[in-house]
Design a protein around this ligand. Structure first.
Ligand code: FCB
Length: 466
């Protein structure tokens, strides 16, 4: 995105050492109708992978491959949310959540991806939505958090243009069954992660390593988004439709021309690759040049994708990435945290000021009607004390700084309307398995016991509706 092209700042190595995390103070700048929520995704929490007629997704296949997941675990059981959703809804309501962003497991409702509907799977989401509404928590449905039915991968997956129609039919099913009660819709979560990590880097499902395939997948996601958005609007009265794009701050590692060019090209080839088309501008010139030079477009026929027609832009933000060029060649660069910076357990450089900058820049560059921070949070190796408490001081600090960063963006006139913490529960962190705890609620995966951490109590005070 453009702020990274400007490259006018140099990352501070770490945030200031002390920060006032008082939730009452931090809540002050936010309007009464600001949406405080939690975000989660189906494969990461539901479990019940083979229950009630659910079909396999590409994540089931991938996670079961030896060596694919750092700790060898799978999402077969995860947080057992499929059976414990009522308790989890009570928990989030108790913590003051006004909204809950969850994803639907496509193969749970359409085991083969198309045609035959699995009523028992659909019924789970009906019950979940009812429980949320009863608890006063607004549901936000995300249609795609990377769980493509394996049956559709076997037919070519998202690299096939037919995926646009498969996705539109799936969206129509959900919209027609749940649209009377659910008004907030999201088509895709982080299409860049799905396309690039799954089809070029091979570290996410379906585990492919082929750039032209990844580019086709990205293109079909953009097309599927547009068709699904129109489908949802046609079926759901008063629908709000958006998409979640992961935009972390991209910074050149040094002031050298080479690093600055690399950072600008990387952010264009990744972030603007989705943002520009969504806002009706087609693929960005700098990104096109980088992908072409790296050979990623070989054999790919790229036409301009349709605009996204967004009611809101979802922003998933976690960190600052620093880019250092190994040579002048496109994609011959290293991306990672600034050495010596303060990092979370993921090795992600904590940069709350980057959240303010990103919000301001997205608003300046694209002027979406609303921006919702649809994910933000931090992993730490939390432990449950003998007194039953999890003293996750570092997470409270992370969240407090990022909430303050959102307030700064609000103050600068950015129309931010919501903030969703990733996540309510410790859960299955994709290729890292269970070794990365992002929850505000601790989960003992052996007993499935939930214990709110100190950060949960902090969030409860932040969201308190006095
Ligand atoms: C995001 C994903 C989410 C979770 C967080 C930590 O990229 O959307 O599922 O893994 O990162």
């Amino acid at each position: 995105m453009a702020c990274t092209v400007r490259c006018a700042y140099y990352p501070r190595v770490s945030p200031s050492p002390t920060f006032d995390t008082d939730p009452a103070r931090l809540a002050q700048p936010f309007p009464a109708d600001f949406t405080w929520g939690f975000a989660a995704s189906a494969y990461q929490i539901e479990g019940a992978a083979a229950e009630d007629g659910r079909g396999p997704s590409i994540w089931d296949t991938f996670a079961h491959q030896p060596g694919a997941i750092v700790d060898g675990s799978t999402g077969d059981v995860a947080c057992d949310h499929y059976h414990r959703y009522a308790e989890d809804v009570r928990l989030m309501a108790d913590l003051g959540a006004r909204a809950y962003r969850f994803s639907v497991s496509w193969p749970r409702v359409l085991p083969m991806g198309t045609d035959a509907v699995n009523e028992r799977g659909l019924d789970f989401y009906q019950r979940l939505v009812d429980a949320l509404l009863d608890a006063g928590v607004r549901p936000m449905i995300n249609l795609f958090h990377w769980e493509l039915p394996q049956a559709l991968q076997d037919r070519g997956g998202f690299a096939d243009p037919l995926a646009v129609g498969w996705f539109a039919d799936y969206a129509a099913l959900l919209a027609s069954k749940l649209g009377d009660r659910v008004k907030d819709w999201m088509t895709f979560n982080e299409p860049a992660c799905f396309a690039f990590l799954g089809h070029a880097d091979g570290i996410h499902a379906p585990g492919l390593r082929d750039w032209p395939t990844a580019i086709r997948v990205a293109d079909n996601q953009l097309r599927a988004h547009a068709v699904a958005a129109a489908t949802i609007r046609g079926l759901v009265h008063d629908a709000k439709v958006g998409i979640a794009i992961d935009v972390n701050q991209v910074a050149p590692a040094t002031d050298s021309e080479r690093d600055r060019v690399a950072a600008a090209r990387w952010s264009s080839a990744r972030d603007a690759w989705f943002l520009d088309p969504l806002f009706g501008r087609g693929y960005p010139a700098l990104g096109l040049e980088a992908h072409r030079e790296a050979g990623h477009l070989e054999g790919v026929d790229l036409a301009e994708p349709p605009a996204g027609d967004l009611d809101y832009l979802g922003l998933n933000y976690y960190r600052r990435d620093s880019v250092s060029a190994r040579s002048e060649r496109a994609f011959d660069w290293e991306i990672g945290p600034v050495p010596g910076s303060t990092q979370t357990q993921m090795g992600w450089h904590i940069a709350p000021d980057g959240l303010t900058d990103t919000l301001v820049e997205l608003n300046r560059a694209y002027a979406p009607p609303e921006i919702v921070v649809t994910e933000n949070g931090a992993a730490y190796p939390d432990t449950l004390g003998e007194d039953g408490r999890v003293r996750d001081v570092a997470r409270v600090d992370y969240l407090a700084r990022h909430v303050a960063a959102v307030a700064d963006a609000l103050g600068a006139g950015v129309p931010v309307t919501g903030y969703y913490v990733w996540s309510l529960l410790d859960n299955y962190e994709w290729n890292f398995g269970f070794g990365r705890r992002f929850g505000l609620v601790h989960v003992d995966f052996a007993s499935q016991r939930r214990t709110p951490k100190d950060s949960a109590r902090w969030y409860q005070r932040l969201t308190a509706r006095e």
